[in-house]
Design a protein around this ligand. Structure first.
Ligand SMILES: Cc1cc2nc3c(=O)[nH]c(=O)nc-3n(C[C@H](O)[C@H](O)[C@H](O)COP(=O)(O)OP(=O)(O)OC[C@H]3O[C@@H](n4cnc5c(N)ncnc54)[C@H](O)[C@@H]3O)c2cc1C
Ligand code: FES
Length: 587
């Protein structure tokens, strides 16, 4: 008979870690006597980061005394106390390889159902004083599991745990954990997991994503369960010389370059919305600068077109405008990026401001080239006619789309700009304009433009009722960071690290326009990025969750520790990789 050995609770508190403060409730203390268990929590307990933990399906975390003994042996430790693994219930029995998702247990007067394995994050590493802990729990098949509270009631240490129901499919916690995180994802097993109604919505979503790619998945494609925004591997690694065959002025400040292969071979078609990275030797003796540019051409054409806005004191854009000539050869990466048209037949709303039109005009080209019958909205904001890019090209493309609508706003029209001919309305493109136009809220929205434009419109679209997963944005710079449990500090521009300059390989953060020498004091590319205030996204920090997956534009890396499942080709996991030579990252 399994037994509840200890009930453990804890509230979120600030823990100092690597010079920062982490908000976490992973420290739990064993409590005596009867405890009420409610739908969301054990009384006296709360989760620090509700994105990763907590909620109805993750109300109670369970860990087993047998795993305590296992880790004491493995880690050579003997100082564990109940709650050591952040669990609410320490139990004798109920091993992860026996307990099945959907199993039901009565403990005290409460009734529980098993919903999912634990999702590990770096905080268990802090608690255990062992940074690899998140990866070890997953790799060794001992994650522990969550319970949903079906009937609230009271529990107490010493209570018997009585199984009152078997989960359908009889899939154990260890099996389900391995199915998502370890390299093998057999379709039949994913289908089994999806037949378990008790499996939490989050895990069901990950398995559905895996299933949708499972038919043609090979070793080079991403694990869509961990990375739903996965993109195909880049067509080539590093940079390839491309010749500038045309230089076209699109507006007073935007210049297009048309690029072709130097050997006459056809360039691989990009997905509409993708971008390339240019490596530009602006100054002969200084390191080359890396800048990203969305492709503005039709994806199926044999050439690539980029369209670059000259920024005040902008290093690369001034170089391209003033010094790049027809016939020059530039170093260009393969197209990459996941800001691409989603398949489907619902409405598409292309929303752009200024030079942000580049990725969305590629989408418009792709739709027009196939004579799409989808409802397509082209909504664009410019300052005035002189700054209005692709005006005629867009009008021509819209003619090929039977269900298209267009609206152009000028925020500061010139006297010669004609309302009703060159533009539709004076003012900024905002949610009021969309409301008045009766833009369909159930469409997919693709936004690109200045960060304030995208931030304001994304928030307004969400408030208007547009689903979060139907709002797609392409920031023309570093993306938003995700640092679970750590308060965001006021954002600084990316900079050289404060520590003395390293002498190792050159690491270029392409989106941030920063190149930094690697130093031996850093454990990972993630640590280097953090030291430079380059925005990053991460969770486990030890190669499990793939949240830190980042485009590896050029160069190679070594892994330490090895990730549980390797990243997609053309990307790396920055939390557990170090540069083997000069590298360029899409960060
Ligand atoms: C995915 C992606 C796609 C992109 N697509 C396009 C595109 O299609 N077209 C396009 O034009 N751009 C695009 N960009 C932006 C592009 O990569 C460059 O950032 C842009 O061209 C500016 O580069 P720059 O070298 O000219 O300017 P930088 O020299 O990098 O300077 C950028 C701006 O910051 C200012 N600045 C520089 N240093 C400082 C400082 N220390 N303090 C305050 N201000 C400072 C400069 O005056 C300038 O206005 C894209 C970016 C990304 C990430
Ligand atoms: S942060 Fe989880 S794999 Fe890197």
């Amino acid at each position: 008979m399994a037994r509840l050995l200890s009930v453990n609770v804890g509230l979120p508190r600030g823990i100092p870690w690597n010079g920062r403060t982490v908000d976490t409730a992973v420290w739990k203390t064993s409590v005596q006597g009867l405890r009420q268990v409610r739908r969301l929590n054990v009384d006296g307990d709360r989760q620090g980061d509700m994105a990763g933990h907590g909620g109805e399906q993750r109300a109670v975390l369970v860990y087993q005394s047998e795993s305590y003994r296992y880790w004491q042996r493995e880690l050579g430790r003997n100082n564990f106390s109940y709650g050591q693994f952040g669990e609410n219930f320490t139990v004798d029995g109920l091993p992860d390889h026996d307990v099945c998702i959907g199993d039901r247990y009565r403990i005290g007067s409460a009734l529980f159902e098993v919903t999912q394995p634990r999702v590990t994050c770096y905080r268990i590493g802090i608690r255990m004083n062992e940074p690899r802990m998140a990866a070890l729990l997953v790799a060794r098949g001992r994650p522990g599991f969550y319970l949903r509270v079906l009937e609230e009631g009271q529990v107490e240490a010493g209570d018997e745990i009585v199984q009152v129901g078997n989960g359908p499919e009889q899939m154990t916690v260890s099996e389900v954990n391995a199915l998502l995180y370890l390299p093998s994802h057999p379709r039949s097993q994913i289908e089994r997991a999806l037949r378990i109604p008790a499996l939490s919505e989050g895990w069901q979503g990950s398995f559905r994503a895996l299933l949708s790619q499972n038919n043609d998945r090979d070793a080079t494609t991403a694990n869509a369960g961990l990375d739903p925004m996965s993109e195909p591997p880049p067509a080539w690694t590093g940079f390839r010389p491309l010749r500038v065959v045309h230089k076209i002025r699109e507006s007073i400040s935007v210049m297009s370059l048309v690029l072709e292969s130097v050997d006459g071979s056809r360039l691989t078609a990009a997905l509409p919305g993708q971008f390339v990275v240019l490596r530009l030797q602006v100054t002969p003796d200084a390191p080359a600068v890396m800048r990203s540019y969305s492709l503005s051409s039709e994806p199926g054409e044999p050439y690539y077109r980029i369209s670059v806005k000259r920024e005040a004191q902008g290093v690369a854009s001034a170089y391209i405008d003033d010094r790049v000539e027809m016939g020059d050869v530039l170093d260009v990466s393969a197209p990459r990026g996941s800001f691409t048209l989603r398949p489907g037949d619902g409405p598409i709303v292309l929303l752009s401001a200024g030079v942000g039109a580049t990725p969305v005009i590629a989408m418009l080209h792709a739709l027009a080239a196939t004579g799409s019958t989808r409802e397509v909205w082209w909504l664009h904001g410019a300052r005035c006619g002189n700054e209005h890019v692709f005006a005629q090209e867009v009008r021509d493309l819209l003619k090929d789309l039977p269900h298209s609508h267009s609206h152009v706003s000028y925020s500061a029209p010139d006297r010669e700009d004609r309302q009703g001919v060159d533009f539709d309305a004076a003012g900024h493109l905002n949610i009021e304009v969309l409301r008045k136009l009766d833009v369909p809220r159930h469409g997919n929205f693709y936004l690109c433009g200045p960060s304030a434009f995208m931030g304001d419109l994304s928030a307004a679209l969400a408030a208007w009722g547009v689903a979060a997963d139907a709002i797609h944005t392409e920031p023309f710079g570093p993306g938003p960071s995700s640092t679970p449990g750590i308060a965001t500090s006021p954002s600084r521009r990316p900079h050289q690290p404060a520590e003395s300059a390293g002498t190792g390989p050159l690491v270029s953060f392409a989106r941030s326009g920063l190149s930094v020498h690697w130093g031996a004091g850093f454990q990972s590319l993630l640590e280097l990025a953090e030291a430079c205030d380059v925005p990053t996204r991460w969770s486990c920090r030890t190669g499990v969750c793939h949240i830190c997956q980042t485009g590896l534009v050029a160069g190679t890396v070594a892994f330490r520790p090895d990730p549980i499942e390797p990243p997609t080709s053309g990307t790396t996991l920055i939390c557990c990789s170090q540069p083997s030579g000069d590298v360029v990252l899409d960060l």
